[in-house]
Design a protein. Structure first.
Length: 499
């Protein structure tokens, strides 16, 4: 904003906008470098933490460095990353475990999370960690987030909850960022940043207009992480002249159920049984349904790599028809809840905005969320699907089950179980993603750049807001990057001379 306020309502050396993993890392580091830090958090107290809190809390610490550089280059494929960015990612990501230990944490390698792209060079670098032995076996849960949160509180870093940043305050003479306009209890506040502002407010997973504009393969999508990520940081950065990158890239899509009264989704990591298929609104299968890890004799296999599948001799985003449904039979219905029931807690609905899905799915059938019918044709009519086509699709799938081979989508033979025991069930699915990766482009110092590769003075970023990942994504990479670039941003912001 090109008008300098006559009156400042608050001030600090460094303002951090967003209190997730990236914001915590930036705030802790800037504080430890001697800066007075203020965190602005959009969510009310108790709902902070961003995607880091609900993502499983595992992080990537790549090693050895030369392998890490090769792996990152290969993951980005044609989306070239400047070599300086690759090297700083390698160097700072490699320090994640040491930093977690300095906060009192206990990095434990999570052996079950394997390399997602074993055909790429540099795979020896992939090492994923959780905070503590218990977290390593349970998938991390909130163990890392609680360590970061406690570290912020131990330092008495002030946080204003329910206070979203709205616009940046920019000096019209030299383009320096002087502070942030924020909103608290309906009132605008001008908050001075004597040294710098660090944007760590995530992506645009819950902004339908941005999804349509930037994710051109989707007409809609919903977060399985925090509902507070609505692209605020992207708007703020654009307003002061920032360039954008990686706006097309997401950690997804996946296929989930949207709770009717909420903006977030529930999603099955594994259906309780194998007698099910995914179909489009045309009544046809459109994807390999085993979207999550399958345990085989060779170990865990990931047929879908954070929303990317192997087609046409290359990795491409998973298809997302405008309407999608999961069709299953009584065998799968009886085996357990199609959502929840897994000790590995992940996602907003499972950790914060709790919904207790019934153990046998009966409550959701009664609510009409799951449609039930005695025949496939009747189910198709209940779901407004073409009945002849859905029956043909189910018959075709059942034939593949008898053959023990799926020539259409190469579904793992051990998961081919016929869909043949009535009653039959259907539930609508929505495209969902862990996070978007795009946002303002940053450099190796975590400075936000304009379209001419020039840093916008006193403005930094970290985390999923302008992430380094341009195409493929390795599990644990976002949380690892949040900590790494949070530290870089915090150090450099604290080193600025006050204006």
């Amino acid at each position: 904003m090109k008008i300098i306020p006559e009156k400042w309502h608050e001030e600090a050396d460094v303002i951090v906008v967003g209190y997730g993993g990236a914001g915590a890392a930036a705030a802790i580091t800037a504080h430890d470098e001697g800066a007075r830090v203020l965190i602005l958090e959009k969510a009310p107290k108790g709902e902070e933490g961003g995607n880091t809190r609900v993502s499983g809390n595992v992080w990537l610490t790549p090693d050895p460095p030369e392998k890490a550089a090769s792996y990152l280059r290969a993951m980005c494929e044609d989306y070239a990353i400047p070599e300086k960015m690759i090297q700083v990612w390698v160097d700072e990501m490699g320090k994640n475990n040491k930093w977690v230990k300095s906060l009192g944490g206990e990095p434990v390698e999570q052996k079950s999370l394997t390399v997602e792209f074993p055909d790429l060079p540099g795979i020896e670098c992939v090492h994923v960690y959780a905070n503590g032995k218990e977290a390593a076996t349970a998938g991390g849960n909130e163990a890392l987030w609680l360590l970061l949160k406690n570290s912020v509180e131990e330092r008495k870093i002030r946080t204003l909850f329910g206070t979203p940043g709205k616009r940046l305050i920019q000096n019209p003479g030299n383009n320096e960022i002087l502070g942030v306009w924020a909103n608290r209890s309906g009132k605008d506040m001008a908050i001075k940043a004597k040294k710098a502002v660090v944007l760590t407010c995530g992506g645009f997973e819950n902004n339908q207009e941005m999804i349509r504009n930037y994710l051109t393969s989707l007409s809609q999508g919903y977060p399985k992480g925090t509902p507070y990520n609505t692209g605020d940081g992207i708007k703020m950065a654009l307003d002061v002249g920032a360039d954008l990158w990686h706006m097309h890239n997401i950690a997804g899509p996946q296929y989930s159920f949207k709770l009717p009264d909420r903006d977030v989704v529930m999603y099955p990591r594994r259906m309780p049984g194998n007698s099910y298929i995914y179909v489009s609104g045309a009544g046809e299968r459109f994807v390999f349904e085993q979207a999550y890890a399958i345990l085989t004799a060779e170990g865990l296999k990931y047929p879908v790599k954070h929303g990317k599948i192997w087609r046409y001799g290359q990795w491409v985003p998973s298809p997302t028809p405008p309407s999608m449904y999961c069709i299953f039979d009584e065998k799968t219905r009886r085996k357990g809840p199609i959502y929840g029931g897994d000790p590995y807690k992940i996602g907003w609905v499972e950790i914060l905005d709790l919904y207790d899905w019934s153990i046998d799915n009966s409550k959701e059938i009664e609510k009409g969320w799951i449609k039930r019918a005695s025949t496939i044709g009747e189910l198709a009519r209940n779901l407004n699907l073409p009945s002849d086509k859905l029956k043909e699709t189910v018959d075709r799938y059942n034939h593949y089950c008898k053959q023990g081979k799926d020539p259409d989508f190469d579904r793992d033979p051990q998961t081919l179980e016929p869909l043949n025991e009535p009653p039959y069930y259907g539930i609508p699915l929505m495209p969902t993603f862990i996070n978007t990766q795009g946002g303002p482009r940053r450099d190796e110092k975590a400075q936000i750049l304009n379209p001419f590769d020039e840093p916008i003075p006193r403005l930094y970023s970290s985390g999923e807001l302008g992430s380094i990942y341009g195409f493929l994504y390795q599990g644990g990479g976002n949380v690892g990057e949040c900590m790494a670039f949070g530290r870089i941003a915090g150090r450099n912001a604290a080193a600025q001379k006050p204006w």
